[in-house]
Design a protein around this ligand. Structure first.
Ligand code: RP5
Length: 164
């Protein structure tokens, strides 16, 4: 199976990416995770993106906050699918990172998930890989069913509490 590459702009983004890694691990998807910044280490970020396809990656996840240019800078240097996670910073409730990540110019796409959307980034990466992987697709179907069952169980508990 192709690997997922995870890049974050700072170790301060790590709590969000831990959810991404946990979700990928639960699906037995191999990944590598790095701290490369579009601004502080632009050469390393570029090199990672340029070499990603030949290094065995199938999809990349890039997470950054504030003036969040990382996902776009990665996408500029590869034609692998790039998923952007805008990370909430100290100002503007993450709107700064959301707009910096999502508003890409035509020709260089970034599939942007919600602010701090570490889990959905992993699931979207899994769905991309599952296009050519029936076993992974079956795991995703099973997870959907299990997640739905968990919600219905909560509803059952709520009804029991309200109707006692
Ligand atoms: C961005 O700046 C990082 O992705 C992080 O979200 C934000 C703040 O970085 P630190 O100052 O915490 O290292 O590049």
């Amino acid at each position: 199976m192709k690997k997922v590459g995870i890049i974050m702009g700072s170790d301060s983004d790590l709590p969000i990416l831990r959810k991404t890694m946990d979700t990928l691990s639960a699906l037995d998807i191999p990944f590598e995770c790095h701290i490369y910044s579009a601004h502080r280490t632009p050469e390393e970020a570029r090199d990672f993106a340029v070499n990603a396809r030949s290094s065995g990656f199938g999809v990349l996840i890039a997470a950054a906050g504030m003036a969040a240019h990382l996902a776009g800078a990665i996408a500029a240097n590869t034609t692998l699918p790039v998923i952007g996670i805008p990370c909430k910073g100290p100002c503007f409730d993450g709107m700064d990172a959301l707009l910096s990540t999502v508003m890409m110019p035509s020709g260089i796409p970034v599939a942007t998930v919600a602010v701090n959307g570490g889990v959905n980034a992993a699931l979207l990466a899994a769905e991309i890989l599952a296009v050519a992987d029936e076993a992974l697709a079956a795991k995703l179907d099973a997870k959907r069913k299990a997640d739905a069952a968990a919600v219905l169980k909560k509803d059952e508990a709520l009804q029991a509490e309200l109707n006692q």
